[in-house]
Design a protein around this ligand. Sequence first.
Ligand code: ATP
Ligand code: MTE
Length: 182
Amino acid sequence: MTNPPGRPARIGILTVSDRASAGIYEDRSGPAALDWLRMHLVGDWEFVGRIVPDGVETVAGAMRDLCDTEGCDLLLVTGGTGPAPRDETPEALAQVATRFLPGFGEAMRQANLAEVPTAILSRQEAAVRGASLIITLPGKPASIATSLAAVFAAVPYCLDLIGAARIDTDPARLKAFRPIAA
Ligand SMILES: Nc1ncnc2c1ncn2[C@@H]1O[C@H](COP(=O)(O)OP(=O)(O)OP(=O)(O)O)[C@@H](O)[C@H]1O
Ligand SMILES: Nc1nc2c(c(=O)[nH]1)N[C@H]1C(S)=C(S)[C@@H](COP(=O)(O)O)O[C@H]1N2
């Protein structure tokens, strides 16, 4: 089933990385998230991307811009979730979130832990800002697909509940669960 006519969903991808933002290395995490979405979503949706250096103000500012000005229904953020001094994505999210959804962090970490013991170091999580859902992911490109696969079945219904635009997944790849037919 594809989304009905109306406003196509806007999906933001925010890469948080000192080195990728400075051009020291190529951003591979943002493209990994975009590839995953292209493979799993059906129907119309629009993409908006950003890269910023680590930091509470840089990350919170980009989150506000992408949610409030760009109107993103879903915002995927990669990087800055670890315990190092420069990793401040959770602190930024705390500044912009209106409510947290702790189950996302629990499920994503569990899935990544099956791949690497250091997954427990990530403070990846999800929160709502108004009618936007923000999901934070580790910076490691390989963690993106694992994290999204662990939680994405619940994302379309979450967007319904918060009043965001509708998204639909390709059921052959990932069956979204909507308890009430919508
Ligand atoms: N956007 C990205 N694109 C490609 N590789 C990345 C990206 N972000 C992180 N990585 C890889 O994952 C590793 C661990 O990520 P981490 O976020 O801890 O990096 P970092 O040491 O904080 O550096 P930076 O903020 O400059 O990316 C990096 O050393 C890099 O190899
Ligand atoms: N699947 C997977 N998850 C992972 C990793 C990884 O290599 N693979 N790296 C971990 C490490 S070493 C850290 S420090 C945290 C946080 O990374 P970030 O600061 O780039 O967000 O993600 C963790 N999650």
